[in-house]
Design a protein around this ligand. Sequence first.
Ligand code: PEP
Length: 250
Amino acid sequence: MSKRRPLVAGNWKMHGLKASIAEFGRISAGYDPALRAQVDLLVCPPATVMSAMAVAALGTRIGIGGQDCHPKAAGAYTGDISAEMIADTGATAVILGHSERRSEHGETDALARAKVEAAWRAGLIAILCVGETRSEREAFRALDVVRSQLAGSVPDGASAANLVVAYEPVWAIGTGLTPTAGDIAEMHALLRGELVARFGAEGHGVRLLYGGSVKPENAGDILSIADVDGALVGGASLKAESFLAIARAY
Ligand code: PEP
């Protein structure tokens, strides 16, 4: 089995105007050969600036990704964006099943699964998010919830090349709270075990990211946990300085 290459992905959510391309420029300026040798970087901006950012990313070796897609390739779906449209911008990945989509847009595992299939149809890497709520963790149901989300959201055909899974406890997103290292390790071991059981050697190659209040201050500790192959970063990805500091924690 080849070693998994670390990935630090930034989820800009609904932040970023055209002027933010300059921030991307600062990220690419800091992605020097030493850092490039260590870690892959991906920036997922709002759809409105994805094309411009994909152009800015040419030659930088930083990937650009979307934050959601519609399961269909085209059609009468006002306001939606297809995986093909995301790929058409030059982006190479898309975040799917984020807890903000699940909670605010009623996304189910079945819908997330259909979107992962759409991403693969368009040649994109699917970054699938799973994670328990606070009440689920307090009820000692976190492992069962995440196992079930993974089973329901990942279609057959997953491989190291087309899937990344991000463990994002809902209660840790944007709160400054993080699970213990033991809890992260336990969850990542579960994810790895499930992926290997279902996809064999490919399951060993799928990168597992941790997401939820990753900051420069805690990145070193989190990224050194077994089976944590990188981070999905929200708030701290908006500034080049903090995003790069997290990447350098490797
Ligand atoms: C996220 O929403 O994917 C996320 C990890 O956010 P934050 O880093 O701000 O907690």
